[in-house]
Structure formats: C-alpha cells, structure tokens
Design a protein around this ligand. Sequence first.
Ligand code: TEU
Ligand code: CA
Length: 546
Amino acid sequence: MAESWWKKSVIYQIYPRSFCDSNGDGVGDLNGIRSKLWYLEKLGVDVLWLSPVYRSPNADNGYDISDYYDISPEYGTMDEMKLLLQECRKRGIRIIMDLVVNHTSDEHRWFQEARRSKSSPYRDFYIWRPGKNGGPPNDLQSNFGGSAWEYTEETGEYYLHFYGKKQPDLNWENPALRREIWKMMNYWIDLGIGGFRMDVIDLIGKVPDRGIKENGPRLHEYLQEMNRETFGRKDLLTVGECWGATPEIGRLYSDPARHELSMIFQFEQIQLDKQPGGHRWDLKPLELPELKAVFNKWQQELEGHGWNSLFWSNHDLPRIVSRWGNDREYRVESAKMLATVLHGMKGTPYIYQGEELGMTNVPFSSPDDFTDVESRNVCAERRAAGYAEADILASLQAKARDNARTPMQWNATAQAGFTTGTPWYPVNPNYTAINAEQALADENSIFYYYQALIALRKTQPILTQGSFEPLLPDDPDIYAYLRRWNGKTWLVVCNFHQKQVTFCGKGRGRTILSNYPQPELADLQQLSLRPYEATIYEILEGEESS
Ligand code: TEU
Ligand code: CA
C-alpha cells in the first residue's frame, strides 16, 4: 500500500488573526497569509493549518462559528480564500481547515431558530433540558469555568455549553445535524482543501445526563460515519484534538483499519507541569523522565497501529521556549534542542507560527493584561476564591493562551511589521531582536535549523519510517533515543538543561545536524554535552550503541 502523503509532511499552524495584516486594520487576514507564502515555502513546510476564518462574532476568536460557509469579513472574502488555495497549490502547499463542530456560535442561524421555540426543526440540533430545583439540570462544568448550562427566557429551558455561553453544544445524536455537518465538510473538500483539524472532537459523543463529556459511547461510530460520508473518498489529512486520549484511545482513532482519522493531537505531555489532580494553573516544574515516559509510550504503542502527531505548541499553549527551554541566555540553543527532540521522532510534526523564530511568552505584569476569554474567567474565579494576586499572575504568565497570540514578529519596524495600524493585540516588545528578518539574515538562526530539520524529514526515510528505541529513560537531563531503518541507525541525543552533562554510548557517530559546531566524527563513548546541546548522529556501521 502506498504511504499516505501526510506521513512525510510538516504542518505549520497559522493563527490568522495574528499572522499578517494586509490592510492596516490591525487584524491579520487571508491576503496577509498569501503575501507570506514565500516565507513558508522557504521554511519548507507543505501543509498550513488555519485556525478558524469562518464568520464569527469572535467570543472565542473564531472558535464560535456563525456561518460555516462564509469567511469572516475581517479575514477577507470567499474569493480571497479561493485565491489563497490556488496560490498554495502552485507551491505544492495544502491547506487544512479548522473544523469546529462540537458547538456553534449562539449567533448561528440554527441556534437562533432553536432557542425561539421547542417546536423549531432546529431545536434538536442543540441540547436542552429543564432546570432542577430552581437551578441548572445538573452540575456539569464548562471548560472555561462556571456551569455548563445556560438558561433561556424564550422557552424556560437550559442549553448545554462545554465552552463559553456563546458556544452552545451541538447534539450529535440527531442524524439531521450530522447530515448538515457532512454537507458542510463536503463543500470545503470540493473547494480543494487538504483536510481538517477537528476541534475538541472527543466531546461529540457527550451524554450530558450521565455526566459524560469526553469519549462518549457513540464517538467512534460518528467518526466512522463522517469518514464514510466525507473525506473517506479522498486521501486527506485529518487530525482530531483529543485532550483526554491515552495511547489505547489514540489507536481507536488512527488505526487505518478502523477508517476514522489520520491522527490525533494527544495532550499527555502538555499536562505534566501541573500539580497532580490539579488544574493546569496549579504549576509544577517539568520532570524530564516523565516527559520521556509519555513520548516513549506513544511512540511505541502506536507503532503499526496508528500514527502520531508531534507538537510542542499551538494557539492554546504557552511558547515552548519559555515553557521548557530557556528564553533568556540560551534561547537559541534551547529552541533548537526542543525542535530536535520533537522532529527526530516518528509522526507528523506541527510547528506553531513564530516557534521557528523562538518567539517567547508575553511579559505582562498584571493579571488584567491577559484578555483571552479563558484567562479572564480563571482570573475572576481565582480572585473570588481568594488566591493571591501574585499566584494568579504567575499562573497566567506560565500558561495563558495569550502567550501564543501576540502578533507574528516579521521585522524590527513599528508593530513588528505585522500591521501598519494598531494591532488587535499588543506585539511582544522583544520584536526588535526576535523577528523573521533577523532570522533570515543569520545562518545560525532557529529558522534555518527548523528548515534543516524539515529538509531531513523530506529526504531521510529513517525519520518517517524508522523504528523508535528510547535510551536512558531515567536520566534527569539527557533526552536520547535511536531510530533504525534499513540497516541504518541514528542517535538523537539532547541535553535538556543548562548544566554540562556526559552521555556514554557506543561506537562512533557521524554528525547529521547539531545546534553547536561539531566535528564530523564523534566518539559516542563519552560525549560531553554543553548547555541545551542537541545532535543527531548516524552511528557508523558495526559500531551500534544499544
Ligand atoms: O480547545 C480545546 C480545549 O479543551 C481548551 O479548553 C483547552 O483546554 C484550553 O484552550 C487550553 O488553554 C479548542 C480550541 O483549540 C480552543 O482555542 C477553543 O477555545 C476551544 O476548543 C473551544 O472551541
Ligand atoms: Ca486586516
């Protein structure tokens, strides 16, 4: 069987609002993306995932859609979308769209109809329940804080919303709703898109009366129906966002024999730096052995039964160099080290815009500077619960979604070259030093390191097909593993921390790529690793380490 194209791809996530503004209104747009295709082509990525650009009142920056068939006027027009698709096609770049179908906006026509009357044909597109004892139907909580139920005057019932009040949940048990979703997906497929990223797809099987949010009983039935009715007839990339996935669950989605999705985003590694049992705002430092254990498990357990996605960051997560690297004196070294760890593994890598420049978290100094809907809610909740302001600030600085959403840093001119107007969100003041123009002019930049990693993935089947073997699972500082394919062995060895450490392997290695100057041949029996040093070696024949 021919290998699917997306196993060799590297995907670049664009958060359109913050990528490039072409008309000076301070909001990134489709023409802005089109004007930067040369940059993405130079980086070498072959797929763009666009966070939502559909019509939306923006209660959650586009993750609240009011019309799936139209482009939000602030991003452009459907004709501009088609033009972007066309320009991408010329450059061999595919676009995958964000599919947000767990919920719509409350301003979507379906919901407007549904809320009006119990007899509306759209009533059953959403989930309505009468209240209990003068309150909501049960104590289900919204992922953005507070009750998941909202009362409506018109019919005296509550509707379910797992996210904001302006994001009512769709009722997937209704076959008429599912048919509408298939129709809409086919519309986009026919426009020539390369696939879908599926927002919180593990929630669509919800059974609110039994308190079931994730991984409901009919979830996989719906996905198999979706596959049959929409993308199954084409070789498209589909990736489901699944916060609650274990490798066992990951196989259910991505085992090709089950005809569901290409792969999922799993978040186990993303949840390691929080207090056990606590919320992600309850901070705890990352332990490297725990990180390795999670990745190793996913690498090994999906082998032959599915396919991994590989990512450090997205629009909901803090900047990885600030999170698990060092965004001060070793920003360049640590950003490259993190890239090496991830891109050396088996799966499809995703790069979040600005990650290839080593963009950092925002230096906000008050909780009130954080304006994202989730940040506002958690701040209000924690103030009400009596948390110290300093604690709230520390949590937001470490984890707020705002960190990922500052404008892309293109150059050192005003507003980082993102806009000629006033940006919708403040530019990180470090743009004068950290920006694309600077990176392109510096052959040792993080950008060119990502470019080299992407080029390796395109030319070296060992990266896409080779087996994965973890080394040193308990070492607190070194992240090392082997890849093997066709008689060849590669060693990826990284110092995750600032202190010097020694790696003891076997044989000799030829340097493939490193974030420090390296001799062509290295003695792997005793490698002294400098701060955040990362190297990929080919182990010379007959000298395999084990
Ligand atoms: O996020 C899924 C999700 O579960 C979030 O609640 C996540 O836990 C949080 O954002 C982490 O900060 C997806 C989208 O990626 C996000 O942008 C949307 O707000 C959310 O769904 C609702 O559509
Ligand atoms: Ca604009």
